[in-house]
Design a binder for this molecule. Structure first.
Ligand code: SF4
Length: 192
């Protein structure tokens, strides 16, 4: 039953509370926990909230988020059917990369979210999420498109939608990665 994940996920959110476990807490407007179905088969993990996300308390709602939503729909899912979260849940100042102590404080909650949701596939969005989750400094240009594993779940690294907005020529490669994910989930791309 897809709804079964909700109680464990609520427990993770309750445990996080009004978190002050790292210094990112001081600059946030909202803690951005995650959004989507607690029983999702497919989960996306980005780096951290940006300005729009910090304001609205929801991950991937700005321009990059709109592109992510289109990518999800092209894969044959609705945004509400998947789950979307970030490595860190509070916005780093000036959108800098999260620092090691911040990741160390926050990543256990991502792991707990994954354990609660038990998705079949994770998609790591962008260099930072992929390298951090995999503990692998290989450039995203080489990591992308190859199956890996995180916390016992199949993980596909691909480009971040913000990068795709800056480099639209790379969209075809990201789409190849997402097609592999759809296939892994035993689905077909709609309209093909
Ligand atoms: Fe807590 Fe994570 Fe926010 Fe740091 S980034 S304050 S660990 S929720």
């Amino acid at each position: 039953d897809k709804g079964c994940g909700s109680e464990p996920l609520l427990a993770v959110r309750a445990e996080l509370g009004e978190c002050t476990r790292c210094k990112l807490s001081s600059g946030r407007t909202h803690l951005v926990f995650g959004v989507g179905s607690p029983g999702a088969e497919l989960m996306f993990v980005g780096e951290g909230p940006g300005a729009d996300e910090d304001q609205q308390g929801e991950p991937f709602v700005g321009r990059a988020g709109q592109l992510l939503t289109k990518m999800i729909e092209a894969m044959g899912f609705r945004r509400e059917e998947v789950y979307i979260a970030n490595v860190v849940k509070c916005r780093p100042p000036e959108n800098r990369n999260p620092e090691p102590d911040e990741i160390e404080a926050c990543e256990p909650f991502l792991r707990a979210q994954i354990a609660a949701i038990r998705p079949r596939v994770l998609v790591a969005l962008g260099k930072f999420a992929a390298q951090t989750l995999l503990r692998d400094p290989t450039p995203i240009t080489r990591l992308r498109g190859g199956w890996r594993e995180y916390e016992g779940v199949r993980l596909m690294p691909t480009f971040h939608p913000a990068y795709l907005l800056r480099s639209p020529g790379e969209k075809a490669k990201a789409w190849e990665d997402l097609k592999r994910v759809v296939k892994e989930l035993g689905r077909t791309i709609p309209g093909r």
